[in-house]
Structure formats: C-alpha cells, structure tokens
Design a protein around this ligand. Structure first.
Ligand code: SF4
Ligand code: SF4
Length: 374
C-alpha cells in the first residue's frame, strides 16, 4: 500500500508553507527514509521558464525554500536545479526569486551544464539516457513539481517534472524521435523508473489549468501533496483535478508496470478527498493522436494528422520576435520570413510533428492550437 499525504495551505504565506512542509515530512517519516539513501540530495523543482511565481508556471520559491529548510535541518547536503527548455537555469532562478533563496541557505545550484550517459537496462523503450551530471553527483532526487495541465500530455506533475534532467534542447529531440504520444509517454516512464526519485512534493497551492504548461491560467487548489511513491502522488493529483487515470498516457503506462490492484492500494491521508477537490478545473481537451496511423498506414499519416490534430497557429500581432519557438522546434518546421519590411514566424505544416513545444515555450501566448477548418 502507498500513501499520499495532503495538507491544506491556502496561500504562499511563508510561515504557513513552512509549517505544512514540516508536517508533511513528519507524517510520512520522510527524513528517515531519505537517510537510508545517503546524504546528498538533488531537489528538482519545475523551472520551465522565467515567469513570475504568480503565473503558476514554476514551483513557487517558498515551497522550494520550505523543503530546503527541512532537508538542511535534517543534515542533508542539498543542491537545486532544473533545465529550462530554452533559457539558462540561473536566469530563470533570478526571475522566479529562487536564486535569493539558495543564497540565503548556502545551497549550490546543481551542475546542469555538463551531461553524462547513464545506462538504463530495464527501459522498455530507452536503454540509455544522457542526463545532467547533477544526477550522478547526488545520492537521490526529490521531485518538486507544480500541478499543471499540459497540451500535449494532458497533465504534468512529479513524473514529467523529471524530464528536466535531460538538458535544454535535447528534450525537443525526444519529441522528434517519439512524435506519437504513447511512445513519448513510455520514454518518460523509462526515465522516471531509472531516476527512481526518493520522494516527491507537489505545489498545488495555486495550480495551472487550461492550456498548460505555460499558457494556462492560475487556479487556486490550496494543497501541498507529498509521497514516497511519485507515481501515487501523480495519480492522486490527476484524479483530484478531474482526469481518469486512463486518460493520462504517462500514468497509465507507469501503472501497468506495477502489480495488479496497485491503484486501489493508494491512500490519501491528512485531508478529506471530497473536500479538497477543486471546482471546475479546466482540463486540456482530448487531442487526437495519429501514432497508430503512422504505424499501420504510413501513407495516410500526413493527411490524418492534418485532419485530426490541432496545429500551431501564429498570432503575428502578439509575437515579440524572441525566436524561442525556432530554437526549440527540432523538426525545423519554423523559419523567419519578411513581408513589407516586417519579420514574422512562418510554419511549414508538412514538417510540423505537432509536438506543441513552440506553444509551450512562447512567453506571450502568441501561438494558438487550432484544428484545420476546411
Ligand atoms: S512547429 Fe511547433 S508543434 Fe510543430 S514541430 Fe515545431 S515545435 Fe513542434
Ligand atoms: S511566436 Fe512566441 S516564441 Fe515565437 S518568436 Fe513570437 S513570441 Fe517568440
């Protein structure tokens, strides 16, 4: 049986968050379990992009601070890091206020600049990952995700957060390698099982609903969740906002790797499940996946994709010409064009693999996902 511990926290007021995190660690007896793995801890928040904490794109710095505090008091040697999609980790830390927290506690930013190749013999799809060196330099990883919806994978939490151990733009290469959602999900599950995080603690005080992980809206949920079993935490969080387990490919595949009856064995402790469920959480609408068509009828694939899957549409009047979408597009579907002396992003839909990385990374919501109208 696995436990997920919940704690009601209605704001990011420092004292309240500190107390809640202390309580969660005590309830789950987490420090004792951590000490069995060693002393060096890599704390992995979600630092997707340099957005202010109130935008709910990143794990709130007060939550990260509360975890650092408990770990330092428990005698652990702590490093913190993430690999944002495009930007430099330190500049994202500055914008989110995390650099100030690390300075105050004498915590090092982890080594996310260098990478190492780690063998993954048990992987069902990926048998070796190139990950940041910080992973092998520490005894364990703690995932500190933000609860968010995700346009491509529907939900992102503690497991998907670990994808940040793959450095910067290398992440988008995986999208090119595994454009079908199910295979991409399998790759993420392989990574999760290799990393084997010692525990996870989720910031769901203010979550993100709608077109996450960057373009959605903040949504007050008022919860912190923690568990030694990262998958259980994700299952509880996804169901809490209204998904069914089967709708989330990453979770469905990870659960398939567990024993029969696993889902029924998860217990939510500390809060009343029905009372903490948020009202009307806006989920990502089902987006068709044409992976099965690519496998069985490759000649139909491009047509089916154009018909069934929404495509990125660029709102040129909103675009600030930062070029991030071009940088992240591993399919090389984007280029600059010029009309009447004005530069704009042009897309080649034949090349586009509908990974939505551009939509995810655009800082000003200048990319919409729309189904083609004939
Ligand atoms: S244009 Fe956007 S959705 Fe299409 S392949 Fe490039 S990054 Fe992915
Ligand atoms: S569409 Fe968005 S990401 Fe692309 S250049 Fe414009 S502002 Fe930047």
């Amino acid at each position: 049986m696995s436990q997920v511990y919940g704690k009601r926290v209605l704001s990011y007021e420092t004292k309240a968050v500190f107390q809640a995190v202390e309580d969660l660690f005590a309830q789950g007896n987490f420090l004792k379990i951590l000490s069995q793995r060693g002393k060096r801890v890599l704390v992995k928040p979600n630092l997707l992009a340099s957005q202010a904490p109130e935008k709910a794109v990143t794990t709130h710095p007060v939550v990260v601070e509360a975890v650092i505090r408990v770990l330092k008091d428990g005698g652990f040697d702590v490093e913190v890091g993430d690999s944002p999609a495009i930007e430099d980790m330190i500049s994202v830390m500055k914008k989110t206020g995390l650099d100030e927290v690390l300075r105050r506690y004498g915590v090092r930013p982890a080594n996310f600049k260098e990478t190492v190749v780690v063998e993954n013999p048990k992987g069902k799809l990926v048998r070796r990952f190139e990950v940041v060196r910080a992973f092998v330099e520490n005894d364990m990883v703690i995932s500190l995700p933000k609860l968010k919806t995700h346009t491509q994978m529907f939900y992102t939490g503690a497991i998907k957060n670990l994808f940040g151990l793959v450095q910067g733009l290398q992440k988008s290469r995986f999208h090119l390698q595994f454009p079908e959602r199910e295979r991409f999900a399998r790759m993420i599950v392989d990574l999760y099982e290799m990393v084997n995080p010692v525990m996870s603690l989720m910031d769901a005080i203010v979550a993100m609903e709608g077109e996450g992980p960057q373009g959605g809206d903040p949504k007050e949920v008022g919860l912190l969740l923690a568990s030694l079993d990262t998958l259980s935490l994700d299952v509880v969080a996804a169901e809490l906002i209204g998904y069914q387990l089967d709708q989330i490919p990453i979770l469905r595949q990870a659960v398939e790797d567990r024993e029969k009856g696993y889902r029924e064995s998860i217990r939510l402790e500390g809060v009343n499940w029905e009372e903490v469920k948020p009202d009307h959480f806006v989920l990502v609408k089902e987006v068709s996946d044409t992976g099965f068509i690519r496998e069985r009828f490759p000649w139909l694939f491009v047509l089916a994709r154009n018909l069934l899957v929404p495509r990125p549409v660029f709102l040129h009047e909103k675009c600030i010409r930062c070029g991030r979408c071009l940088q992240i597009c591993s399919a090389e579907a984007l280029s600059w064009k010029e009309k009447k002396g004005k530069k704009f992003v042009s897309i080649n839909y034949q090349r586009c693999i509908r990974c939505f990385c551009c939509h995810e990374i655009c800082p000003v919501e200048a990319i919409e996902l729309r189904r083609k109208v004939w």
